[in-house]
Design a protein around this ligand. Structure first.
Ligand SMILES: C[S@@+](CC[C@H](N)C(=O)[O-])C[C@H]1O[C@@H](n2cnc3c(N)ncnc32)[C@H](O)[C@@H]1O
Length: 216
């Protein structure tokens, strides 16, 4: 069975005509199985829309923030080299896979969506790196040198997640194109990257700048 067959079937539960295509992420050595770039943007029927909203396949996109975080790690390799790394809200696995390629000692991906964890595992295999996966923080039972959070604050409930991750990780790196200020949480903006989601969702220009927030 090909690496992404099972994920493609899961994707087709909500988007019957969608496919998974292996996509090389520009400016990286990373390839990911993502939704086909020419996926239909025709309006969905109401039942299809309800299904997509109930089970959004975030893992089938490489979000602009994930790309920005991978670029930041590439320029600041020392943050993840030889470190135990946690990728929170891993989706496709872009951030954790970048960390693994840059010499992390271990990478664990955390995502509440088990399809995302399957995607992260498949993409880790595709990139020939080791990434462990878990759906629950309590499953982890260890502490980390670094936690990476790319595009997880779209859900306001996830601001609480920052506090929970702080309890188990020494350094936190957050990448987000919608959040402008996390100083109330003790974070500083250390870099900015221009980045778009792949496949391109045609996001507004104001959401194409990814802020990298760091707290040590
Ligand atoms: C927009 S995607 C970003 C994926 C990836 N980090 C990237 O940048 O391409 C957000 C991911 O976070 C996951 N997520 C959202 N809230 C979460 C939570 N509280 N705990 C774990 N995962 C969460 C979602 O299931 C989804 O896979």
């Amino acid at each position: 069975m090909a690496l992404f067959d099972d994920l493609e079937q899961r994707l087709q539960r909500t988007l019957p005509n969608a496919r998974i295509e292996t996509t090389t992420i520009p400016d990286t050595t990373i390839s990911l199985g993502l939704i086909n770039a020419d996926f239909s943007t025709e309006p969905l029927s109401q039942p299809s829309m309800n299904a997509v909203l109930a089970e959004p396949a975030y893992w089938s996109f490489c979000w602009g923030s994930g790309r920005g975080l991978a670029a930041f790690l590439t320029g600041h390799r020392q943050i993840v080299a030889d470190a135990d790394v946690l990728d929170v809200g891993s989706g496709s696995g872009i951030a954790g896979i970048a960390a693994a390629k840059l010499g992390a000692k271990s990478v664990t991906a955390l995502d509440s969506d088990t399809d995302a964890l399957a995607a992260t595992r498949a993409n880790a295999t595709l990139n020939d790196v080791d990434v462990a996966t878990t759906a629950e923080i309590v499953d982890i039972g260890k502490t980390f040198d670094v936690a990476l959070l790319a595009d997880v604050l779209y859900d306001k409930a996830n601001f609480d997640l920052i506090r929970r991750i702080e309890a188990i990780a020494e350094t936190l790196v957050i990448a987000d194109s919608r959040i402008r200020d996390l100083s109330a949480f003790g974070f500083k903006i250390v870099e900015r990257y221009e980045s778009v989601t792949l496949p391109n969702l045609g996001e507004f220009d104001e959401f194409k700048t990814v802020n990298i927030f760091l707290k040590t």
